[in-house]
Each structure stands twice: as C-alpha cells, then as structure tokens.
Design a binder for this molecule. Structure first.
Ligand code: GLC
Length: 661
C-alpha cells in the first residue's frame, strides 16, 4: 500500500508504479506541525525494529533516535544519530509484523523508543509511505526489494582483496605497495587511488608529475591482474582554464543560489562548485566526464564527498573571517564562543543546505528538500554513462553517500570509521540493515580509517572481512600504516587473505543469488529462527548466505567468545589454505576459543560449502576443483555461479551441483 503526504519529489527509488491510497496507514496515528507530519506507533514489549541501512547502534534499532540526513562524520561514535546514507526502510516485528519505506529526499527523524520507551515516531515532510505486510521480516524484505529493483552486481574481481590508503601519492608509491604484496605472497586484486592522483584535487585530471602515464600504468597492473580504482569527488574546483569547471559554468550545470549565481563551497580543492546531480542534463554531462579515465583502461571508481560535504560556503566563510577580523580582543567566554562557534559551524551548515537549488525535471527545488539524493544521483550519473560507454559490462562502482535506489547502480562503503573495536562490531551490525535496503555490495574500511590500528584489531577485522563483499583495507593520511606487510605476522595475514579466496566460490554464488532473488546475504539470527527467543537478542552473530553463521571476535585480548547456536551446526576452523577442521555442536551456548590466526565459522545442518584453493588473485582462482564441506544426511544441492565475472549474468551461467552425504 502506498500513501502520499504533501508533495514529495519523485526520488526514483521504486521501480513499480503504485496508486496512492486515501488516508493514513492503520498502524499509525498522525499529527501535523506546520509542514511536518509525525506518525506514531505504540511499541509493545516484544517489538523489535530492524532496518535503516547504514545507521548507528545495533541490529535491533529500538532504544535510540536517528536522523536520516546524509552527513560526513569521521568520528561517529554511538552518541551520534546518522551517517553518510539515508535508508528509510524499517520493519517492526513483534506483536505484528510490517515494513515501512518512507520515500523522502529530505530529512527523516525516527525516535524509536528514545523519548518514550514504548513509542515509535517518524517525522518528515513531503513523502510517499509504502507499507508492507507479511508473515516474516524476510517475506517483507523480499516484497520491498522487488519494489526497488535488482541490486547491483560488481565484476568478480571486486570480490578480491583491496589495499587502499590516503597517502599513496605517486605511481612509485602504488608500485611499492604492489611489490610488497607480491614479494610476501599476499593475495591482492585492487589498489586504490585516493585524491592525490589528481592535479590539485581536480576531478577527471591526472597529475602528470606523479602519474606520468596512467594509461600505461593501468595496463601494466592489469597484466598482473591488479585493478587500479581511482576516487572521484562530488565538487568541481573553481579554476580558470579547467575544462570541467568552464564547461559546467557555461552550460549552467552547477547548483545555484537564490539569485541564480553558482553556489561556491569549499572542499579538498578549495573553492568549488557542486554539479547539479538532480538536473538530468547535468547528470548526463557529469557522467560523461568519467570517459577520460575509462579511456585509460580504468574499470572501477569510488565516489566520495557526495553527501555533499561543505567544509564551508564562500559566503559563510567571508562572514566568519569578518567577525574574526573585527574581534581584536577576547575578554569573556561569550566572546570566545561567538568566534569559535562561527568557525566550527562552517562545516555542513544547515543554513547552507537551504541556500542553493537544483533544476530538476519538475522545476527548481531547494537542496534541503532533496539533500539525501545527491550521492545517489552522482553514482547514477556514472553508472548510466558506463552503460553507454560499454553496454552490459560490469564496472566496479561504489559511493560514500547513498539513498535507496542507488543500490541498483553501485555499492557503498560505510565511510570514515575509526580503528576502534566498537567499529568492528558496528561493521557487523550494519550489514543486515544494508542488505534489507538493497545494498549488497558493501564494506567498511578494514582496520579502521582513522586512528591507529593494531595487528590484533586488523586480524580480527579481516576475519570478519573475509565474508564481506567489499574487502578493503583503507586508512587515513597520517594514521599508522596498516598494509598487511606492516606487521610482524605476515604469514598469518597471508593465510587469512587466502581464506577469503577459498570462500569466494561460495560468497560470489550466494551474492548473485541474493541479487536475483531479492534475498539478504547477511541475516540476523531472528530472521532465520523466528520462534527462538534467544536468537532475537543476538546482536553479534549473522547468517552469511544460506549455509553459514559467523560469530567474529570483536574485543581486545580475547582468547575466544561466547556463541549461541540456534540449531545443531558444524564448527569449521580454518587456519591456512582450504584446509579445515570440523566439529559438530548441538544447539546451545558455547565458549569457542578463537585465536587471531584463524577464521572460525559454523555450517548449518543440511547445508554445504564449496571451498577453492587459496589464490593470489581472482583471475588465478581455480573454481573447477572444489572441496565440499558438508553437514548433510540426504543429497543436497548447491548452485554455483560460473559466469565470466564481467559481463551480464545469464541463466546458463549457473551450475547446480548435487552433493551426497
Ligand atoms: C574522505 C573519504 C576517505 C578518503 C578521504 C580523502 O574522508 O571518506 O575514504 O580517503 O576523503 O579522499
């Protein structure tokens, strides 16, 4: 059922037209304050709330308040209320079970038992509300995913291991990282180029002194089965003679202020303009800029700073500088606070998001009303151009900021996390919510982006990362270097990365199946064992695909952890290669010893797991000779996806294997 409130901007999140019903969905009571609509739902003791994609806190979102307003927050601890993506889909499950998608390009506030422990309120302006009824959360997810269209499938090499860092400044730096991986026998498929490959952080340019011939370098690396993946930022530098800037200004493709002048903001390149990603012509134009890099043989990109981030707006900065200049003396705390707040308030200021406009198909619209759609449309711009550049070819594409709908065009990484144990757990807890919202290709910066990682934290994080589609180790400029060869136990890193490649036939096949069947790759235990009250409270274990359950260690100095088995399972312990030990455990609670030198997981009863031999990259993976781990008492099937890895997947690419006990 669909209900309309106010005059929503059509976001393109849903792919099927549904006529709006009259009135208010029966589950809610409605109140209005000015333009805002608040829907309230009384929570029963047993109600859990799932979803919200990339959000903070646990798998069950009850007990906190959230703001879905895309924001760059590099220190997102649990006191915050929102992150880089706005994914307004949730399921309430308890005394009844229903799902809601609030299709709204602007701010959405959710108070899920925060102000009043037994009340759930959602507040927004101008939105379409879709209501889903079903017997189980998974049945609701499947209905919702059918409405929003098939999830993006990246090329197979994008399931390999990726090394990245802000700070690789030149071809020589990248080459050095590659050589270390090669010399140490550490598997690798991708190396990322952060903003330093550009000329003064200008999109679609290459700094010739640091990368004299990126085309030749890309091809050389591809010969070694390594893909180079450059970053693209949302804002375009203001600079005379820079063709992207000049052409965009000439054609009127940048966001403008109230008076129709391009709205100047500050990001990495200094003064910059924001391409109007919501203007269909401008979007097409921005997408076509990727050609420069595609022509150099680049096959993957990460889109960044597209919340969009505003370090400042030109106008607000001017006023702040004037205030500072006129403040010759600080005589009291008030003086100090006035100046400091003015400067701290420059970044991502709400007033600035109200001060520029988009030229959409339906006329001019203030950014604030469509803020959450910006990164989505940047990624859409790229994906639509790739389809035109080489039809049906799969490119790697993922974005920092996102909205539901973008899951059809690319994946996401979960932004600037920190080298904190709590962010390892957050990584796990975000996965089911993201999958519910269609984002299957996701990953966090393994080891943590900010701060100083440790060998132990990185090893534990990789032991989760081996199961996650985007397996990328990325870190901040100036942080402790965290490439896998930087620590003492290089052989352990080699083994853990090798396990990722052993798991790839399973992960890839399950990923593709989930995309086609609107399924979730990562499920909370409660989705699979609905009658099990204990399963409902588990916040640190997940089902991965149809066969596996994971329970990663996420605390410092742990020798293992407690794990809840909702049914009889086989404990699988992998240390190196495709070798493993197996051990049957009955349903129940266990303390499982897990060292940092192994990956431990569980095989469900009635299920099988294909394992390949570890490989140095996805191209070298032998997917013909698989070892099958089985926990079956009757013949069981598993469907492998054996496509080329880069073209459109067809029916004939699947092979169903029959396994005997
Ligand atoms: C942003 C990105 C981060 C990147 C940095 C420099 O903080 O989130 O991944 O390394 O910008 O481009």
């Amino acid at each position: 059922m669909k209900y309309r409130f106010g005059h929503p901007y059509v976001t393109g999140a849903v792919v099927k037209e549904i006529a709006a019903a009259e009135g208010v969905p029966a589950h809610f009571t409605l109140s209005r304050k000015g333009e805002s609509v608040t829907l309230s739902y009384p929570l029963a003791k047993e109600d859990a709330v799932y979803g919200l994609g990339e959000q903070l806190r646990g798998i069950n979102k009850r007990g906190w308040h959230y703001e879905n307003w895309n924001l760059d927050d590099p220190v997102h601890h649990e006191g915050r209320t929102g992150l880089y993506g706005a994914h307004n889909f949730f399921i309430v499950c308890g005394k009844e079970c229903f799902g809601v998608f609030l299709d709204c390009g602007g701010r959405v506030s959710l108070d899920i038992g925060y102000t009043d422990a037994d009340l759930f309120t959602v507040t927004a302006q101008d939105f379409d509300l879709y209501l889903f009824e079903g017997d189980s959360p998974l049945a609701i997810v499947k209905q919702f995913r059918a409405l929003i269209g098939r999830s993006y499938i990246p090329p197979k090499w994008a399931f390999g291991y990726a090394q990245s860092r802000w700070g690789y400044k030149s071809e020589a730096d990248i080459r050095e990282v590659y050589e270390h991986y090669e010399k140490e026998g550490l598997p690798l498929d991708m190396l990322f180029l952060d903003i330093d490959y550009m000329e003064r952080f200008k999109d679609f340019t290459v700094d010739k002194t640091r990368f004299p011939d990126l085309k030749a370098f890309t091809s050389e690396m591809k010969g070694k089965n390594i893909h180079l993946v450059p970053i693209i930022d949302a804002a375009v530098k203001v600079e005379k003679g820079y063709s992207v800037y000049e052409e965009g200004v000439k054609k009127g493709y940048f966001c403008k202020d109230e008076k129709g002048k391009p709205f100047v903001v500050g990001v990495w390149p200094g003064n910059s303009l924001l391409p109007d990603m919501l203007n269909p012509e401008a979007r097409k134009w921005f997408g076509s800029q990727y050609k420069v890099l595609l022509d150099m043989g680049i096959e993957g990109f990460w889109n960044d700073m597209n919340e969009p981030v505003l370090f400042y707006s030109e106008e607000r900065l001017k006023n702040a500088l004037a205030l500072a200049a006129s403040t010759t003396e600080i005589t009291c705390l008030d003086d100090y606070e006035r100046v400091s707040h003015t400067f701290f308030g420059l970044q991502n200021n709400d007033g600035d998001y109200r001060a520029f406009y988009h030229e959409t198909e339906n006329g001019r619209i203030v950014h604030e009303a469509v803020h959450n759609l910006y990164g989505y449309n940047m990624t859409r711009a790229a994906a639509e151009y790739f389809e035109q550049y080489t039809p049906k070819k799969r490119y790697l594409l993922f974005s920092r900021s996102s909205y539901i709908g973008m899951h059809r065009y690319g994946g996401i990484w979960t932004g600037d996390n920190s080298a904190w144990w709590s962010h390892l757990l957050l990584n796990l807890q975000q996965l089911p919510g993201l999958n519910m919202c269609g984002f299957l290709y996701t990953g966090a910066d393994l080891g943590g982006f900010g701060g100083s990682t440790t060998e132990e934290l990185l090893l534990r994080w990789l032991a989760l990362g081996v199961f996650v589609p985007l397996m990328r180790n990325h870190s901040n400029l100036g942080s402790r270097p965290q490439e896998c060869y930087r620590f003492t136990k290089t052989n352990v890193f080699r083994n853990i990365l090798g396990i990722r490649y052993s798991l790839l036939p399973y992960l890839y096949s399950e990923y593709v199946r989930c995309a086609f069947e609107n399924d979730m790759l990562f499920k909370p235990l409660s989705f699979v064992y609905p009658g099990d009250a204990r399963a409902k409270t588990v916040e640190d274990q997940l089902l991965v695909g149809d066969s596996l359950m994971i329970a990663p260690v996420y605390t410092q100095n742990a020798a293992g952890r407690y794990v809840y088995l909702p049914e009889r399972m086989k404990l699988i312990r992998m240390k190196a290669g495709d070798r493993f030990t197996e051990h049957v455990l009955e349903k129940g609670e266990y303390y499982i010893p897990v060292s940092t030198e192994e990956v431990v997981f569980f095989l469900r009863f009635g299920k099988v797991l294909p394992l390949a031999k570890p490989a140095k990259n996805t191209a070298a993976l032998d997917e013909k000779n698989l070892t099958w781990v089985k926990f079956i008492e009757a013949p069981t099937q598993f469907t492998l996806c054996r496509d080329s890895g880069t073209s459109e997947i067809k029916k004939g690419d699947f092979e169903t294997v029959l396994l005997e006990p």
